[in-house]
Design a protein around this ligand. Structure first.
Ligand code: ZN
Length: 332
């Protein structure tokens, strides 16, 4: 694993140097990484969310199945949709939970790839900055967690958005929890600036597939339901820029909902460990294609003309597939 992290960092540097002027004109605030697709131009990755529980609540079983699928698909990387470490994030960058819930759990050779991660609300209840620290990358070079950033994976561009600061109740009614808001307050300007950077980056993206990843759902029929702040502030940006998929965790389930007003598909993969909450509502909701209350994960396979997204349960069984295609040269 030594040096594993170095290659994309060097690529990022080359990318940054090569496109320095372009970058400074586009999105100064969102850090960009280049992650090359496969030699045939295709890309595949797994998505997991809400997982870090030292192997308990079927985390290890899900990890085992992820390893098998990752090998079969020869994945490029893994995406974590946040709530990486329960119950309250990491205490600091030396917290043993990092190795006990990550390094020692996702051990398959096929999972020794980059893990691009965002923070969830539970991560903000600990030392949020610890998860962003290069110290963790020295312990396990797979790990890359930032608040908001962009991965250019050639056939797709993936925009990671820090959604916890959008949610007002964490600031006004924390329910006894303490959140690490260093670098976040004042909330309003943090969110406004983030949306501005995202919008600019989306507007200028020319990738065939454009995917936005956040921790909180925009649309969900699970326990937490829709996140109203994201419906109001983030969704219009995604609709206006014609993104393909919004991927999130937070609700401990797997689900696929189609937007009723645009082509955006909402995909929840937040079933990395504790699940079976059993308080689902709105199962007759318009646009709902699939909902599963138990543990599992998701895979995404992309090429220029097709996207194939599969949802797996804890035994590795495919429960639902979204298969969509695009014309190579869309008519104008
Ligand atoms: Zn959450």
């Amino acid at each position: 694993m030594a040096g594993f992290y170095d290659k994309p960092m060097i690529l990022c540097l080359i990318f940054t140097i090569s496109f320095g002027l372009f970058l400074s004109y586009t999105s100064a605030e969102l850090q960009r990484f280049l992650h090359p697709a496969k030699t045939d131009g295709s890309l595949s990755f797994l998505v997991i969310g809400d997982w870090g529980r030292r192997g308990y609540f079927n985390q290890s079983e899900v990890a085992f199945q992820m390893g098998k699928t990752a090998e079969k698909l020869d994945i490029n990387f893994v995406i974590s949709t946040g709530d990486n470490f329960y119950d309250n994030g990491l205490i600091d960058e030396n917290d043993a939970a990092f190795e006990e819930s990550f390094t020692k759990i996702y051990t398959a050779k096929s999972l020794q790839k980059h893990w691009y991660s965002v923070l969830g609300n539970h991560d903000y209840r600990g030392d949020a900055e610890a998860q962003l620290s290069p110290v963790l990358r020295k312990i396990d070079s797979r790990w890359l967690c930032l608040r908001s950033f962009i991965v250019n994976a050639e056939v797709a561009e993936i925009f990671f958005v820090d959604t916890t600061p959008f949610v007002n109740e964490y600031f006004t009614d924390a329910d006894g929890h303490k959140y690490d808001w260093r670098e976040i307050t004042p909330q309003k300007s943090y969110v406004t600036n983030l949306l501005k950077d995202l919008e600019l980056a989306l507007m200028e993206s020319t990738a065939k597939w454009r995917i936005v990843v956040g921790h909180h759902a925009i649309r969900s029929v699970g326990h937490h339901g829709d996140t109203q702040e994201l419906v109001k502030e983030l969704l219009p940006v995604l609709q206006a820029n014609d993104i393909d998929f919004y991927i999130n965790g937070h609700d401990h389930c797997l689900e696929h909902i189609s937007d009723t007003e645009s082509r955006v598909q909402f995909l929840t993969s937040g079933a990395g460990s504790k699940a079976w909450r059993g308080d689902t509502t709105e199962l007759n909701r318009e646009g709902l294609n699939f909902f599963y209350d138990g543990q599992g994960f998701m895979s995404v396979q992309l090429c220029l003309t097709e996207a194939k997204i599969d949802f797996y349960d804890v035994s590795g069984k495919v429960l639902h597939r979204l298969h969509t295609s695009k014309q190579l040269h869309p008519s104008i």
